[in-house]
Design a protein around this ligand. Sequence first.
Ligand code: 8DG
Ligand code: MG
Length: 312
Amino acid sequence: MAHRNSVVHVAVGVVRDAAGRILIAQRAQHAHQGGLWEFPGGKLEPGEPVLQALVRELREEVGIRVAAAEPLIKIHHDYGDRRVLLDVWNVNSFSGEARPCEGQAMQWVNAGQLSDFAFPAANLPIIAAARLPAYYAILEGPDAESIMTNCQRIIDNGVKLLQFRAKALAASDKQNVLEQVLQQCRQHAVEVLVNADLDLDISQAQGLHLSSRALLRLDRRPAGMRWVAASCHNAVELQHALAIGADFAVLAPVMPTASHPDTPPLGWQRFSELLESANLPVFALGGLGRQDLALAQTAGAQGIAGISAFLV
Ligand SMILES: Nc1nc2c([nH]c(=O)n2[C@H]2C[C@H](O)[C@@H](COP(=O)(O)OP(=O)(O)OP(=O)(O)O)O2)c(=O)[nH]1
Ligand SMILES: [Mg+2]
């Protein structure tokens, strides 16, 4: 029995096959959170490094040999009868065929199907993280033509998630340009979140992106949206994003950036500290490029967000 005040550190794997399907299993009825679905994994043994525990647990529970894993997200959760730290890793590289070694029910599912299964409460942000890509592009430009050119460049760079910000556009052009962007993105299966400050009809978009000011004005998640995201700069804003039920946040600026020359950058150390208690997928923004992805993930990020990062 775990001591009431100790935190149970758990290594968890989001295992993906070549087709991009994710492996889930059902927890034994008598176990903690029994009967619910989970990503395979288990408790670290005393003194055991987390990656070693991940490799051991995935071998014991589903019979695969992990070849490589990258950090996805860390979740702190208090179940009342137990406090856990879920240390979640992406596993895209493994050998052997997954099988239910402990007699548990097991399935490969598409990321979009994850919400059809009952998971423990702590898993909500893990499911968001598993569904989200590693890049989030912010679409800006001085006029309609440059916005459409930038949109195409972002798509050509393989980005699948985009925020329509377009702050500099004339108010009368915004709705029209948004519609063109939505059409272009739809053809390439790119999801679009619209910045809430633009005050547009977003019924055809996949989500809403809240500026930090818009975030702090809300006390609940806007209804009817597939994705709700928020721009954050500090712990208070991150906490508020979590409290209203946002799916993910963008935390900025990590590095010095030309667009906000007067804002002191957080740096990776502070960024990483803020993520320790975020319990949400968080993209790193500010002075970064696609080449910073591994660094960002090591600091606990979902990935990289940027304006110019995806135009080159
Ligand atoms: N593996 C896993 N555990 C999760 C998830 N979500 C979640 O809240 N948990 C919790 C439930 C448990 O309290 C804890 C995992 O412990 P566990 O019972 O699986 O540990 P274990 O595999 O070492 O099992 P055992 O040897 O103690 O039987 O983390 C998840 O997605 N995967
Ligand atoms: Mg387990």
